[in-house]
Design a binder for this molecule. Sequence first.
Ligand code: F6P
Length: 359
Amino acid sequence: MLFGRTNVNKFLVEEQRRNPALAGDFSMLVSDIVRSCKTIAQSVSRGALAGVLGDAGSDNVQGEAQKKLDVLANDSFLHHCEWGGHLAALASEEMDEILPIPATHPRGAYLLVFDPLDGSSNIDVNLSVGSIFSILRCRGDIKNPTEADFLQPGTQQVAAGYAIYGPATMLVLSVGNGVHGFTLDREIGEFLLTHPDLKVAPATREFAINTSNERFWEPPVRRYVDECLAGKTGERGKDFNMRWIASMVAEVHRILMRGGVFMYPRDTKDPSKPGRLRLLYEANPMAMIIEQAGGRASTGRQDILQLQPESLHQRVPVILGSREEVERLVRYHSDYDRGEDKPFTSPLFGTRSLFSNDS
Ligand code: F6P
């Protein structure tokens, strides 16, 4: 088996040969991203031994307290990706503004946008976290990229992926030709192709949502979740299981492996935020992965990949995963918007909602 598996570099070179639109140094750019993820994997796996747990003592642009590993992961992406000459600019969850490649390095034709460490509330309790990235082409004057150059719909992504730092570290990648999973072999320091051509099961009995927000949800989401909870005795006629890891990377990975639907829907918790997750570096790359694997990704009212971004750190509602369930949720949103929401009485609670009858 010594030479049996394809490593990620060989995979990328072959993809680039297959698709001439992946111009120039595309595979080298992804290799730089891969190196960033390997460095992060190393720090994550050493945890307290590396002194990387706990707060950094600063806030990011979203007003969220940064963890030491958030900062370290961001630095890892900058360190590995900014000098190679493949990028015109980078943007990150952890940086208020875009970072044009400094004049000390050549500028390339791509833009990189990333969430260096997703699910960072899990770091200090030693649960799975991940990194998410999206690669766009830099349109216009690559000599002087601005935020506007990043505001491209998800359909324009050249590649997207994530690394999950779980029991094993995996890289999951799409360059527009399906979704492929690589496992980090720590002995040789390489990501090896272990999960070619991943597909999301079209149907599922598993959903993921933070039910502590139930009182803030819109009626179509309540309807869906109520029906799942009613199980065999309700509308759906089958029992459902629920999971919530509080790390989007981990939820999406589980859905790729065994199906499911993930929801961080529009809610009324903070009226200034139409959703929790960020469009450019969370929703779009994950939507590309899920759709390339045959699933679906929607806000409930629009396909995520069709959204025209308005700002770098824009938030959107996210519903993604097994096609049949996402389509059902889209239908429930449209029923509701047309005033044709079917009244539903949960046999479990005798109400329309999980814990109250206020819908
Ligand atoms: O900021 C993103 C994120 O950490 C996701 O990875 C995760 O799905 C979600 O937030 C967790 O949200 P909550 O804190 O509501 O469980």
